[in-house]
Design a protein around this ligand. Structure first.
Ligand code: ASP
Length: 344
């Protein structure tokens, strides 16, 4: 695993909270590390001892299929122990707060919390209250950093680069954490980003993030290299922000006919779960230009990389702290105590 270790230099963070705060070098460190880990999934024994003895806890306060299973499998492939927390079967129902729950679980000896929560900023708050690493697995409509990292990974794998590509993120931008994390990540790596959708879902203020805003998919269609088709986030919208699903599909859905008017090499992505026939037609979702399953497959390697980089860091910090503590107690107890400590 030596290539993995060499790529670690740009990464010094104990947590992954969002892509907004990451540099292009840090993002590339994750993608390069993921490249090394992708090979493990092709072996007959798909497991390495990298995180043996470490504990990863999935703290999921919101529903998830891909993200949760992907983090669990990623941790298991690195030989970590994995614990699963679900809001429904926990003391949250008895009124326990996120911080209290996390600190109690941490007291059992935990290295990484993977947190999904409906509140924007939940992962950042948790990171302030625990000593172990925190990985944001989606916080409300704010960020979903590992989704954007795996999207970047899939684009780079299929098209060979990110820089200079024109990426259209289409759909419910206003309520999408996937959109926000992708906007940060893509721009940092030199892509041009246009957000596309009806004005109710794609507010003009998104221009402040450095992206172009467009309300007409057919207008940008011929210029785009990557279409990232987002789900309508009904659970966050409350009401439907457009007249009807049929009209949305007619104007913003990616059908085979519409895709035929795009560049021949343009590819299609979707973070899942897909509403087949709404934002993307089944033949496009399953067609040769779709990266959907490549996104999921690459997501495993990306999450292995994130756990490795964050847990590796937290272990290093723990070792430093232990050394510093040992040195302090040796200094306060005198030279005899230091010698005793050394031989114990
Ligand atoms: N799975 C992604 C998320 O958790 C996208 C979606 O739900 O539409 O944000």
């Amino acid at each position: 695993m030596s290539p993995v270790r060499e790529e670690r230099s740009a990464w010094t963070r104990p947590h992954l909270l969002g892509l907004r705060e990451l540099s292009a070098e840090e993002i590339m460190a994750v993608l390069d590390t993921a490249d090394s880990f992708a090979e493990i999934s092709t072996r007959s024994i798909r497991k390495v001892p990298t995180l043996r003895g470490r504990v990863v806890v999935n703290l999921f306060y919101e529903a998830s299929t891909r993200t949760r299973l992907s983090f669990s499998l990623a941790a298991q492939r690195l030989s970590a122990d994995v614990l699963d927390f679900t809001k429904e079967s926990s003391s949250t129902a008895k009124g326990e707060t996120l911080i209290d729950t996390a600190r109690n679980i941490e007291a059992m000896g935990v290295d990484v919390f993977v947190l999904r929560h409906a509140a924007p900023g939940a992962a950042t708050v948790l990171a302030r209250h625990v000593k172990c690493s925190v990985v944001n697995a989606g916080d409300g409509a704010h960020e979903h950093p590992t989704q954007a990292l795996l999207d970047l990974f899939a684009i780079k794998k299929r098209l060979g680069r990110i820089k200079g590509l024109h990426v259209a993120i289409v759909g419910d931008i206003a309520h999408s954490r996937v959109a926000r994390s992708n906007i940060w990540g893509l721009q940092k790596l030199g892509a041009r980003v246009t957000v596309v959708g009806p004005p109710t879902l794609v507010p003009e203020r998104f221009r402040e993030l450095g992206v172009e805003v467009c309300h007409d998919l057919d207008k940008v269609l011929p210029e785009v290299d990557v279409f990232n088709m987002l789900r309508i986030q009904r659970e966050r919208q409350g009401t439907l922000n457009f007249p009807s699903t049929e009209e949305y599909t007619r104007l913003f859905g990616l059908s085979r006919e519409r895709l035929a008017r795009a560049k021949p090499e343009a590819v299609v992505m979707h973070p899942g779960p897909i509403n087949r026939g709404v934002e993307i037609s089944p033949d496009v979702a399953d067609g040769p230009r779709s990266l959907v399953l490549e996104q999921v497959a690459g997501g495993l390697a990306v999450r292995m990389a994130v756990l490795f980089l964050c847990a590796g860091r937290s272990a290093a910090l723990q070792a430093e702290e232990a050394q510093a503590q040992a040195a302090t107690s040796a200094a306060t107890q005198g030279p005899g105590a230091a010698a005793q400590g050394g031989s114990a």
